[in-house]
Ligand binder design. Structure first.
Ligand SMILES: [Zn+2]
Length: 461
């Protein structure tokens, strides 16, 4: 069976693919809102029905919050690879409703002045539209060839927009059932409307909250100023020293294990035509503020960072108060890259702060999250096949992009299931996910379905 026959079927069936996505989008599966608990179950049941109709052995698995959906497809045969496909069926709340141009759970396709056709609905992109690109590709493959070219475990959660509280226990309890050769994660974006992308790097995160206490109570700056230790001054001095004048983080050992990107990756990035001025300009800025000898793409994708996220203490209300505060607080986070151990970074930061404390200053730390970075080896077999498949579809080599943020489930797949993830998605950065008027381009949906047909076919060979 030629791939063209399958792709022609995708094209011919596309209006029906759109209808099915619309059915799915009409279910307001808002995981954060207890009044939509039944809708989450409805969305999960909808998926089980669709998967069962395609020949998957599918079921709904209860958790303390919203159910998981698992579907197994093993008809490709024991000699074929086995992929674990992940997506989430829950969506963000739609508020504020008055800012939507059309009701969030009544999907429509609208043509915009630039000629683009857009599916408008909550979840149109994140993650129902992306999820359906895969399901519709499976449908076309099965309809045209009788079966899928690879074995598939379809895995969907309904808690992603609520912090995935059931994910880790569920993965640990169902390790054997979820084993596969590689995970496919579709919660990512294209480089631009015409250029597909494979996300190969996600930065990790360490968050720390620091409380500094000096005097036993707030003091008068006239009576005590000059003699009493000021915790805001102590804290801002320590925080101000966290970066040197080249923008490098000064915590000892911070860069241990951090490697430069490979020449292949550098060449791919150089070809992206990334416009650093436009990127910063979009935020009202002109000058990169990170490490002086690094490009902006390196600064946001492949280099670790330290940011002060909040600072509190003393008097910041209206008017003026000559207080000499007894305490000060700060929230500091680190974005990590491959080679950095979150616990080591946390310990090194705490030691760095303690080493700089004057007598009479006492510090307390509270941790907020710690996850390592995820790097996918770009010379791996699965990535190579996916690159070729995406290039065949879009007529352009995929961008091998990084993501400054993280997708926690990708780290969980690695640490609990031992699985590398192939991150391919068709969203665009102006899709307004989590915001009013969320959209998914019709070209993303259609091209996404066609892309998965090619990727699954390529992974089988
Ligand atoms: Zn989301």
């Amino acid at each position: 069976m030629s791939i063209n026959a399958i792709l022609s079927r995708v094209d011919a069936d596309f209006p029906k693919s759109l209808d099915r996505l619309f059915d799915f989008l009409r279910i307001p599966s808002i995981s954060a809102d207890p009044s939509h608990k039944d809708d989450c179950v409805r969305a999960a049941e909808w998926l089980v029905r669709e998967l069962t109709a395609l020949g998957f052995d599918a079921s709904l698995r209860p958790t303390p919050l919203h159910p998981m959906v698992i579907g197994h497809y093993t008809k490709a045969g024991p000699d074929k690879p086995h992929v674990l496909f992940y997506a989430h069926y829950d969506v963000q709340p739609a508020d504020p409703l008055e800012l939507w141009d059309s009701p969030p759970f009544e999907p429509v396709v609208k043509t915009f002045p630039d000629g683009s056709e857009r599916i408008l609905a909550r979840g149109a992109q994140d993650d129902k539209g992306q999820l359906m690109t895969f399901l519709e590709a499976c449908r076309a493959l099965i309809a045209e060839t009788g079966k899928l070219p690879v074995n598939v475990t379809f895995f969907s959660e309904g808690e992603e927009e609520s912090g995935s509280p059931s994910m880790i226990p569920f993965l640990e309890a169902n390790k054997a059932e979820l084993s596969a050769d590689v995970a496919l994660v579709c919660d990512t974006e294209m480089w631009d409307r015409k250029t597909p992308a494979i996300t190969t790097m996600l930065r990790g995160l360490v968050g720390e909250e620091i409380s500094l206490r000096c005097a036993s109570h707030d003091l008068h700056s006239g009576a005590f100023g000059g003699a009493a230790l000021n915790p805001l001054q102590v804290l801002t001095k320590i925080l101000g020293d966290l970066h040197d004048d080249k923008g490098r983080v000064t915590v000892p050992g911070f860069y241990d294990g951090v490697a430069d990107i490979s020449p292949t990756l550098r060449a791919n990035w150089d070809n992206l035509g990334f416009d650093a001025a436009a990127f910063l300009g979009g935020a009202g800025l002109k000058t990169p503020a990170g490490e002086a000898d690094r490009t902006v793409l390196e600064q946001i994708w492949s280099r670790p960072t330290c940011e002060i996220n909040g600072l509190a203490g003393g008097y910041a209300g209206p008017g003026f108060k000559t207080v000499l505060p007894a305490s000060a607080e700060a929230k500091v986070s680190f974005r990590l890259v491959a080679g950095q151990d979150p616990q080591k970074i946390r310990a090194a930061f705490r030691q760095y702060v303690r080493d700089r404390l004057p007598p009479d200053a006492k510090v307390e730390f509270r941790e907020h999250g710690g996850s390592p970075a995820v790097h996918v080896a770009i010379d791996g077999a699965a990535v190579g096949k996916a690159r070729a498949a995406l290039e065949a579809e879009w007529g352009k080599a995929p961008a091998l992009v990084g993501s400054g943020g993280s997708i926690p489930v990708v780290g969980n797949f690695k640490s609990i299931l031992g699985l590398d993830s192939l991150m391919i998605g068709f969203g665009l950065d102006d899709d307004r996910i989590h915001s009013p008027n969320e959209k998914y381009e019709v070209t993303s949906y259609h091209g996404g379905i066609r892309s998965w047909v090619r990727v699954l076919d390529a992974l089988a060979s």
